[in-house]
Design a protein around this ligand. Structure first.
Ligand SMILES: C[S@@+](CC[C@H](N)C(=O)[O-])C[C@H]1O[C@@H](n2cnc3c(N)ncnc32)[C@H](O)[C@@H]1O
Length: 287
């Protein structure tokens, strides 16, 4: 990935030219790995024009200059929030959660037990506003029951978007957001708030570690490997090379026998990665 960012030559007030869009596309690819396709152009222009207005920049060049020189990281943070698509929901791609609860989790527990190490570790990479890690934690609560406090699985949930993470940490959702979950789980793990929303109970929230993390960072800051990595509907925005580099890093950071879940619309080339196919969008590290 190139680290050279082309400055746009044209300044046209709030109107953003093709060259401006190209400069932003390079920056977004360079920093976040997100490949903004031609089709996304209108969307990006709309979102950026709004940022320019809100921040009182009269030209795109002024905004771009501020963005790449801003040491606080605030500008890039905001750009990540505006550019990224955070769509998610509870129990999304339900077959994955069923497979996780019935097969992957028991296998991971048996493996850890045999090794005399109960430090189960799960990473939800690109967790958006929290529905995916909360679904996982509720399933683990159900699975472990009384043994939960003994096992206390570590669930790390990361995203590049600070806005999405804020919602995740609060754990408050519209009442109809839980429709995809079994009613028994809704009753057990949500409480009504004064303003009629539903909030994930403390016992579920407290067991998830939320962190801001950019998957494009050269090195992952984790010493221990994970039993399971969920990275679903994130790589859809990455090109093939970026995706292959990332799943190779996931491989290094997964225990032998561990699993990787990706989104159903994403694929890994059989000859391009060491991950072995298990079922649609689920892979295993077999060595
Ligand atoms: C469509 S959501 C998917 C949420 C959830 N995994 C699911 O499947 O429902 C994609 C998420 O990936 C995050 N993302 C995109 N690029 C990223 C990057 N370079 N590093 C970390 N997160 C990123 C976005 O902020 C967004 O929240």
């Amino acid at each position: 990935m190139s680290s050279v960012i082309q400055m746009p030559e044209q300044t046209v007030g709030e109107r953003i030219s093709g060259r401006d869009v190209e400069a932003i596309r390079n920056l977004v690819y360079d920093r976040f790995g997100i490949n903004l396709t031609e089709q996304k152009k209108t969307l990006v222009v709309g979102r950026l024009q709004k940022v320019l207005r809100e921040r009182n920049f009269s030209t795109f060049r002024a905004y771009f200059d501020w963005l790449i020189n801003d040491k606080t990281g605030e500008g890039l943070d905001e750009l990540a929030n505006r550019i990224s698509t955070n769509h998610t929901f509870f129990n999304r791609e339900k077959a994955h959660f069923e497979y996780f609860a019935k097969t992957v989790l028991p296998a991971a527990v048996a493996r850890r037990e045999a090794a005399g190490d109960i430090g189960l570790r799960i990473w939800c990479a690109g967790c958006s506003s929290g529905q995916e890690p909360y679904t996982l934690m509720m399933l683990m609560k159900e699975y472990f029951g009384d043994r939960f406090s003994k096992w206390k699985p570590m669930l790390l949930a990361t995203d590049i978007s600070a806005t999405a993470l804020r919602t995740a940490m609060t754990g408050e959702y519209e009442a109809d957001a839980v429709q995809q979950l079994p009613p028994a789980m809704c009753n057990r793990y949500f409480a009504k708030t004064a303003n009629g929303q539903l909030r994930v109970t403390g016992e579920v929230r407290q067991n998830i570690v939320y962190r801001r993390h950019n998957l494009m960072d050269a090195k992952f800051p984790f010493k221990k490997q994970f039993d399971v990595i969920f990275c679903r509907n994130v790589m859809i925005y990455f090109d093939r090379d970026t995706r292959n580099t990332l799943v190779a890093k996931y491989y290094q950071h997964t225990v032998p026998g561990g699993h990787l879940f990706i989104g159903h619309s994403e694929t890994l080339g059989r000859d391009e990665t060491p991950w072995e196919y298990v079922m649609p969008a689920v892979y295993i590290k077999n060595d």
